[in-house]
Design a protein around this ligand. Structure first.
Ligand code: ZN
Length: 257
């Protein structure tokens, strides 16, 4: 059996979806890219019973191998991973607030700046199509254009990411946004941030993802690291601390510092 670690990663992601309340039962499904295809959750098997050998390996042409049938939603997993070479993980769930909006055929507009976690100025809701069909896959891909999340009309949520951890994080962020939007709608339709305001947010997020602080070039009072103390007494203390914290030579990162 190949890709044991990735198979276990799919199982752990499914378990975490249910433990955190993002999903219930076996309605959610998860896939991860492998060369020429994907690994995907099997259909109708409770996550707690799932073993790495139950995860289904499928080529992009639809050929699958293993002891289980693939998730009924294998088409959109396959088509997304085939077309979106910028991501490795597809996560699908019927999380309550995203699905609440999707039942009204509502996406999530720029009512809050964190909508940019899906890569754009809004999170779209796809047209309705029956589960498991090519029509659903087609409409999902369209709603995901330039985005890493979309709602599925009268159905649920899809998020895309590089890793399982990022997929879970993004799914929680989008579900939280959906919850906030549902609450905001109780008072009335909230005003939207403009495209220019959202473009600024997207740029800030892009910079931070590269380990930079926002506005590093244009803001004068940017944060700066504290300078080392020069007094000889503090040097002695520093040396002592360094010795006390010294790590074994087998840890290259500690040695470099
Ligand atoms: Zn579904």
């Amino acid at each position: 059996m190949s890709h044991t670690k990735l198979r276990q990663g799919i199982i752990d992601t499914c378990l975490e979806m249910n433990h955190s309340g993002l999903n219930q039962g076996t309605s959610g499904n998860v896939s991860h890219r492998i060369p020429g295809g994907m690994l995907i959750t099997p259909t109708s098997l409770p996550y707690a019973q799932m073993k790495p050998a139950d995860i289904v390996a499928m080529d992009f042409d639809g050929t699958y191998s293993g002891r289980r049938l693939p998730s009924s939603e294998w088409r959109f997993h396959r088509d997304i991973l085939k077309n979106r070479t910028d991501v490795n993980v597809v996560l699908h769930t019927h999380s309550v607030y995203c699905t609440t909006l999707a039942t009204h055929e509502l996406g999530i507009p720029s009512f809050h700046y964190m909508v940019a976690v899906a890569g754009g100025t809004d999170i779209r809701c796809s047209d309705y199509a029956c589960f498991g069909t090519q029509e659903l896959s087609d409409t999902a891909l369209k709603a995901l254009e330039g985005r890493t999340a979309c709602l599925l009309g009268h159905h649920g949520l899809i998020v895309l990411a590089d890793t399982f951890e990022k997929a879970l994080w993004r799914a929680h962020e989008v579900e939280t946004l959906a919850k906030m939007y549902v609450h905001a709608l109780a008072i009335g339709e909230p005003p939207r941030l403009s495209d220019a305001e959202m473009a600024q947010v997207i740029e800030q997020m892009r910079r931070m993802s590269y380990g930079q602080t926002p506005d590093l070039d244009s803001v004068a009072d940017r944060p700066h690291a504290a300078k080392a103390k020069s007094a000889s007494s503090s040097k002695r203390t520093e040396k002592k601390t360094t010795r006390a914290k010294a790590k074994p030579k087998t840890r290259p990162k500690a040695k470099k510092r």
